[in-house]
Design a protein around this ligand. Structure first.
Ligand code: MN
Length: 131
């Protein structure tokens, strides 16, 4: 079963690159270009992971994160902020708003999927003999 990623990102080039990389690795990707549309999609889809740009029109990513965390069914959904390298304060605010972590922009195609998988990977079953 393929995993669904909801990508909330207003920049078309960033949407294109992230979607390309995720689909290439077997994810199903649904995109929204602003916060209200993203929240609506999150509620209807219950995605396995949400990638959230912080600099968005209408509602910034911190407000979007808080709204998503206010929805009971989305409280445990991995929520990853995508923040510009220069915006140091954004990271702490993202975590405070309910994000589980962040990925730096610009997206690095070499490491993007590994970073994503660190957040969606289910812990292996306890089995000492398989170490
Ligand atoms: Mn943006």
């Amino acid at each position: 079963m393929s995993r669904t990623v909801l990508l909330i990102e207003d920049n078309e080039q960033n949407r294109y690159l992230a979607t390309f990389l995720l689909e290439k690795h077997g994810y199903r990707v649904v995109t929204a270009s602003d916060g209200p549309a993203g929240i609506e999609l999150a509620r209807s889809l219950s995605p396995d992971l949400i990638l959230l740009d912080i600099q968005l029109p209408k509602m910034d990513g911190h407000a979007v994160a808080q709204a998503l965390r206010g929805v009971a069914e989305l409280r445990e959904t991995p929520l990853i902020a995508v923040t510009s390298y220069a915006m140091i304060g954004d990271r702490e605010r993202s975590l405070a708003a309910g994000c589980n972590g962040y990925i730096e922009k610009p997206i690095n195609p070499e490491t993007f999927i590994v970073e994503i998988e660190n957040f969606v990977r289910t812990p292996p079953p306890a089995n000492p003999s398989s170490q």
